[in-house]
Design a protein around this ligand. Structure first.
Ligand code: GLY
Ligand code: MN
Ligand code: MN
Length: 442
């Protein structure tokens, strides 16, 4: 059943209206819901609605299709979904059903998902343009082609099938990039819950714990405070494991003297947080770890401070790369001319990813990063991560003292009218604050 406390029915309606305004009269848009996936036999993976579908409907069930029709003077919002069937609901719980699709979700018309093949050709007939993104859900692609062909087959009766195919998803993706006040509230809640989880695991961390024990604290904290899922697979990497960017095994013991990198956050009412902190397993940074940590922190804070409306997004990476390269040269980890090291991307052996990404319903959220080949500029309402790192693998050809140090620091940043707001500022990130927190485990 539904659980959309944060976003009102009016806001979901407004989202559909904004999309329909971009469509010409006589066009139709189709968007399938996410698929229920099976782990084995009849045991399902937890279902999580496809984000574009959720964005436009607030509907959390699988096995559904959204159809939007732009007519001369009005819009039509049609939902196909599962019917309420008491016998089935005894197993799977309450469904919104056909009546609920109209009464709760605001659909103008709603039909059983079992009637698609009879109703869809009628809805498609006479429309000139069809907005649908082929290739994302092959089974739906096939069905849609079948309905279009069913209309084509009736050409002698005067029926016309849509002849212009347009991409639907980019229209929704651009809308998703700018967050509304209620989305920002939910993202702040996801960030606040996740930040508290990081604080609790930092306090609990001690040598010889397993990486998965820290992961368990994260999950417990996030779920206890209302997250129904993590926003992505948690990364808890001690020592050299931090140098594997998407390390998710989380099954090694944590050693005194090592750092541990934790990249994990919850999803709250469909909205993600994405936080990384790196801290010493025994609560005290070594002198060498401090040097690398300060460098990553300086790069991160400098990039965050540059966030404001009008700033090209790729400028953040430029700031980060220059600070990291200058710092690595100063420490003797890289040798040569800073400009050349940047130009030839020699730094990529230690910093091999970008400055971050958009954040929202998805951890790597919707929206283009470049417009006509040029970086897009930041606008109020965008939310992005800033997450530089330095990863010196245990086998890197550098002085032994640096080997096995992997550090990333990641925060979630809202672009405001005048600058920025850090949604994840509650988690300590200076060396002093981290050591203080870990000393006062309380
Ligand atoms: N947690 C995935 C990322 O930081 O992009
Ligand atoms: Mn991230
Ligand atoms: Mn992350």
């Amino acid at each position: 059943m539904q659980d959309n406390i944060g976003v009102s029915a009016e806001e979901f309606a407004k989202r559909r209206e904004i999309l329909l305004e971009k469509m010409p009269v006589g066009s139709i848009a189709l968007l399938p819901a996410g698929d229920l996936k099976y782990r084995n036999n009849d045991a399902e993976y937890p279902f999580r609605q496809e984000s574009h579908f959720y964005y436009l409907t607030g509907f959390c069930e699988p096995n559904a299709l959204l159809v939007l029709i732009k007519e001369t003077t009005s819009f039509l919002y049609v939902l196909f979904c599962e019917e309420s069937e008491p016998e089935k609901e005894c197993w799977i719980g309450k469904r919104v059903g056909i009546e609920g699709a109209k009464a709760i979700l605001g659909a103008n018309s709603a039909y059983s998902i079992n009637t698609l093949d009879t109703i869809m050709p009628d809805l498609l007939a006479g429309k000139q343009q069809i907005f649908y993104s082929l290739g994302h859900a092959p089974a739906w692609d096939q069905r849609l082609l079948g309905w279009v062909n069913a209309v084509r087959a009736k050409v002698k009766t005067g029926q016309q099938a849509p002849s212009v195919w347009r991409e639907l998803l980019p229209l929704i993706q651009e809308a998703r990039l700018i967050k509304s006040p209620s989305e920002i509230r939910l993202m702040q809640q996801a960030a606040t819950i996740s930040a508290e989880a990081h604080i609790q695991l930092m306090k609990a961390c001690k040598p010889k714990m397993m990486e998965y024990e820290l992961e368990a604290i994260l999950l417990q904290q996030c779920y206890q405070k209302g997250c129904r899922a993590m926003a992505y697979s948690s990364i808890v990497g001690g020592g050299n494991n931090a140098c594997t960017l998407h390390y998710v095994n989380n099954n090694m013991p944590l050693q005194s003297g090592d750092l541990v990198l934790v990249d994990a956050a919850g999803e709250y009412q469909y909205y993600a947080a994405d936080i990384t902190r790196t801290f010493p397993v025994n609560g005290r940074f070594s002198a060498d770890q401090k040097l690398i940590y300060q460098l990553v922190l300086k790069a991160q804070v400098s990039a965050i401070e540059a966030v404001c409306p009008g700033m090209p997004w790729d400028k953040l990476q430029e700031i980060i790369v220059r600070i990291i390269v200058e710092g690595l040269v100063e420490l003797g980890i890289l040798e040569g001319n800073v400009d050349l090291l940047i130009e030839q991307r020699i730094y990529r052996q230690f910093y091999m990813h970008g400055s971050g990404h958009w954040l929202g319903l998805d951890v790597h959220d919707a929206g283009e990063y470049k417009i006509q080949g040029k970086s897009r500029v930041l606008e109020p309402g965008m939310v992005l991560t800033v997450e530089p790192g330095i990863y010196i693998d245990a086998h890197a050809k550098v002085d032994k003292r640096w080997q096995g140090i992997g550090i990333r620091i990641e925060d979630n940043i809202l672009v405001t009218e005048t600058g920025y707001q850090v949604l994840t500022s509650a988690v300590p990130k200076t060396i002093e604050d981290i050591e203080k927190l870990m000393a006062n485990k309380g």
